[in-house]
Ligand binder design. Structure first.
Ligand code: ADP
Ligand code: GN1
Ligand code: MG
Length: 362
């Protein structure tokens, strides 16, 4: 993290009121450094893009520029408010969409979307249904976007067999010397060596199409209206890339149908909530359902299972690599997260028939 003085100096390069200005850390993201800047009473989100995670931050911002411009047009046509319903990048005084600090790190700014809440646990199925609607709508709105114009901001981001391979690489290297602690977790992952290929195999076989997807659809990446709870804006567009519908559906379920937070250490609290699953599926399919084929719908529960397993494998690999990717706030944080995700996979398996039936009946 940088000192506040330095952040204010960087923020002043942007085309915002230049009088009294404050900055404070904001939100619970695992990747970027996020601050709320208040300039003469007007709020902005100011972020240092994580250059370890995104080796080419300029390309990430170019993607966001194109995606938000496109969404702006769609929202306008639908009679909505583009300044509230999608992110708006703020330009620097020189007309650029980002600036670099002395270390070469990239900083960008967005309009702050006020009177909204982002949750780390959904309060009720009704609220989670609204989040499902928001991500389903995002997928529908992006339906006509020329996918080939997007940079692949992280190569093989949700390629689950590749994530499995990266975990095995991390095991091989044992960089942080932590391998002895994770025997049980590794044995758990190895049971899924074949199953991790299910979604990419369905894509290769032509059963399901590549779409423009968000790829990071956790609940705190959608802003909900503070009064009505309605989904206002899908944020965190760094990973918008070609992907599968099951990725977006699955990642939301991974986060929101867990009865505990993602890093809860008491694994008895980690249960799979069928009412949450059902509510999200209803909201998501209400918006995106008409654009999905029957095999895509059928594979949504598999998306939930594989995104949860994959995220657990990513946390575990990062633990073995010495916590370089995800921000950690305590020793063993990534291992706690991995154990939590693997417990959730087990819980999903206990509810598997029910999950498939719910989706089928929709
Ligand atoms: P990360 O990639 O680290 O998760 P995000 O872009 O998701 O970073 O931002 C972190 C948090 O900041 C979000 O969860 C949300 O609470 C808040 N946030 C981000 N953008 C905005 C915005 N434009 N308006 C209001 N809050 C925002
Ligand atoms: C990261 O950026 P954030 O905190 O919304 C990660 C996701 C993981 C998630 C786990 C770019 O999401 O892929 O699922 O943490 N984002 C990136 O909480 O790797
Ligand atoms: Mg985020």
């Amino acid at each position: 993290m940088c000192g506040i003085e330095k952040i204010l100096e960087l923020a002043r390069r942007f085309d915002i009121p230049q009088g009294e200005m404050t900055a404070a850390p904001f939100g619970n993201g695992h990747i970027n450094d996020t601050y709320r800047v208040v300039a003469e009473g007007e709020s902005f989100i100011f972020q240092r893009v994580n250059s370890y995670v995104f080796p080419n931050p300029a390309e990430v911002i170019e993607n966001i520029e194109h995606v938000t411009e496109y969404l702006c047009g769609i929202i306008d046509k639908e009679g909505g408010d583009p300044l509230r319903e999608t992110l708006t990048l703020v330009k620097t005084k020189d007309g650029a969409y980002f600036t670099r600090d002395d270390d070469g790190e990239v900083w960008r700014m967005y309009l702050f979307i006020g009177d909204t809440i982002s949750y780390d646990l959904p309060d009720t199925p009704a609220l989670f249904e609204l989040s499902g609607e928001a991500f389903g709508r995002f997928q529908k709105q992006m339906g006509g976007f020329p996918a080939e114009t997007l940079h692949e901001s992280i190569h093989d981001f949700h390629n689950t067999p590749e994530r499995y391979r990266q975990l095995m690489d991390a095991v091989e290297r044992n960089e942080a010397g932590r391998l002895d602690e994770v025997e049980a977790e590794l044995a758990f992952c190895k049971q899924y060596e074949k199953e991790v290929c299910t979604l990419v195999d369905a894509l290769k076989a032509g059963e399901i199409p590549l779409r423009v997807t968000h790829n990071d659809t956790k609940l705190n990446n959608v802003l909900l209206d503070a009064k009505t709870g309605k989904g206002v804006c899908v944020i965190d567009l760094d990973t918008v890339m070609p992907g599968l519908a099951a990725y977006d559906f699955g990642d939301s379920i991974r986060f929101g149908a867990n009865t505990a937070e993602e890093d809860e250490k008491n694994l008895e609290k980690v249960q799979f909530s069928i009412p949450m699953f059902e509510a999200f599926a209803r909201g998501f399919l209400r918006e995106a359902g008409s654009t999905l084929n029957s095999r895509e719908v059928e594979l949504l529960p598999m998306g939930a299972k594989l995104m949860t397993l994959e995220c657990g494998m990513r946390f575990l690999a990062d633990y073995l690599n010495g916590d370089k990717y995800f921000k950690v706030h305590r020793p063993g944080h990534n291992l706690d997260r991995a154990r939590n995700q693997f417990t959730l996979v087990k819980r999903m398996e206990e509810h598997w028939e029910e999950m498939c039936k719910i989706v089928k009946n929709m």
